[in-house]
Design a protein around this ligand. Structure first.
Ligand SMILES: C[S@@+](CC[C@H](N)C(=O)[O-])C[C@H]1O[C@@H](n2cnc3c(N)ncnc32)[C@H](O)[C@@H]1O
Length: 453
């Protein structure tokens, strides 16, 4: 038996389950914490460590090459992985690791970074840094060039903990004060208007503010996407892929209880979760419909035709939020063809929505991925299919100064990257249906370019 710390032993056991069970890591952890009573601090440590071990799979394998006798890794897989991950991250001394497991050359493991830096092949480095399959490493190197190592490292790292203050219930200042009374330290972030980064400790869900619907956990880029919807006063907004409602609730706050918000999704369980969250958040102008993927009812058709804004937060590979779901590596990225399958759905959803839009209405297309095939290429295809669509620059909607923080110099689309921004990797473009009188060279018309990526 190895003399593992209690948290390391738990992670070693959970690692085995996570790599063999069909349940997601989030589900596994939830079930484990229901069964075994642990302090929030211990839960946080276990979750972080398990995420690190899963996200560092290739790095751990490569670090153990020539550092462990053949056979030992296989026989003690979970435990060896946990110890290796901690040594690689610098939070377990090699002497301590040696005391627990003597047959591994821990000095060699600890020096792995210098061996990694000597690998000339950028594909191999990205494969290891991100624990990515080769096809994904290739796409990342193609897209990011010299920044590919930083992208892969960031996608295998820790995600920031960010909340959105629910301005339907309180001001940002009131929420900060309430959290501070409960001992939670937060700080304002720089991009989204009601976003706070949680610095610690982590018992967020026990706070008075959470129990009274004053905030939601939400990545800052996801909040920015909702801000891009910019509902007109008293307007009709449709969230066509609402899921459990992260963005729906943020849009509801922006609407301030006026107008009508409609949430659609194909998943009954996610919509159920959305209803529950909306109630807690005090949202009253929301209607929720479960829809079929390929056939909309007359009621849904009529809503789309009357909508001022339709958000299509499309199903995507989720690469930009991989840090929150490290086991997605096995699910979504097992097969390169998945990206093409998703792209087909994304184009289909957008072109169908766009064809229903009334003049001057807007379609906001969003994903949480950094792959151009799911982002710029989709928008290009949607624009090509409908000559009455223009791109509205995000700088026009949110102002040039703000947009410069999450857009390129032209301010055309929203793009965030975990290695550059303190949030997940998101993309969003806003398309507007031109009125038949407005031609491409009138003031009303915008460009039809979405940038080079
Ligand atoms: C990226 S998730 C949405 C996340 C959600 N908007 C949020 O902010 O929390 C994509 C959602 O699209 C839904 N979906 C998949 N195919 C769909 C379709 N054809 N029509 C509508 N929703 C669909 C999925 O069930 C999933 O909830």
């Amino acid at each position: 038996m190895l003399d593992l710390d209690p948290a390391d032993a738990i992670v070693a056991a959970l690692w085995r389950e996570a790599t063999t069970s069909r349940a997601s890591v989030t589900q596994l952890l939830r079930a484990y914490f229901r069964e075994v009573e642990l302090k929030p601090r211990q839960q946080k440590r276990i979750k972080q460590l398990l995420h690190r071990v899963l996200a560092s799979r290739a790095r751990i394998d490569a670090a153990l090459e020539d550092a462990a006798p053949a056979g030992i890794v296989e026989s003690l897989e979970g435990a060896v992985r946990v110890l290796t991950s901690r040594v690689l991250d610098g939070n377990l001394a090699t002497t301590e690791a040696k005391r627990k497991l003597a047959w591994i050359d821990w000095e060699r493991v600890a020096n792995f970074e210098s061996r990694l830096a000597q690998i000339d092949d950028p594909l191999r480095r990205v494969e290891i840094l991100g624990s990515f399959p080769r096809w994904l490493a290739r796409r990342i190197v193609e897209r990011f060039g010299d920044e590919a190592d930083a992208v892969a490292t960031a996608l295998a790292g820790d995600a920031p903990r960010t909340i959105r203050v629910n301005t339907l219930q309180c001001s940002v200042e009131q929420c900060i004060a309430s959290l501070e009374r409960d001992g939670i330290t937060v700080r304002r972030t720089e991009m989204a208007t009601a976003s706070l980064e949680v610095l610690g400790p982590s018992q967020l869900f026990r706070t008075w503010a959470f129990q009274h619907g004053w905030f939601e956990l939400q990545d800052e880029a996801s909040q920015l996407v909702a801000e891009l919807v910019a509902p007109p006063p008293g307007g009709l907004v449709v969230d066509a892929c609402a899921g459990a409602g992260g963005k729906t609730l943020a849009i509801a706050a922006a609407m301030g209880g006026r107008g009508t918000l409609v949430a659609l999704d194909v998943s009954a369980s996610r919509l159920e979760e959305l209803r529950r969250r909306a109630k807690r958040a005090g949202v009253r102008n929301l209607r929720v419909f479960r829809i079929q993927a390929d056939a909309w009812t007359d009621e849904v058709e009529a809503l789309l035709a009357r909508a001022d804004r339709v958000l299509v937060d499309a199903p995507c590979s989720g690469l930009g939020s991989l840090r929150r779901n490290p086991d997605m590596r096995d699910r979504l990225f097992a097969d390169e063809r998945e990206v093409e399958r998703l792209q087909t759905i994304q184009i289909d959803l957008c072109t169908r929505v766009a064809s229903r839009l009334a003049p001057k209405s807007r379609l906001i297309y969003a994903t949480c991925t950094v792959l151009p095939d799911e982002n710029q290429r989709v928008v290009e295809r949607v624009l090509a299919a409908d000559p009455m669509l223009d791109v509205v620059r995000v700088a026009e909607i949110l102002g040039s100064e703000r947009a410069s923080k999450f857009s390129d110099a032209s301010g055309t689309v929203l793009e965030t990257f975990p290695h550059r921004h303190p949030c997940d990797g998101f993309f969003a473009a806003v398309l507007r249906k031109r009125s038949s009188e407005a031609s491409a060279d009138t003031d009303e018309a915008e460009g039809r370019e979405v940038g080079p990526s």
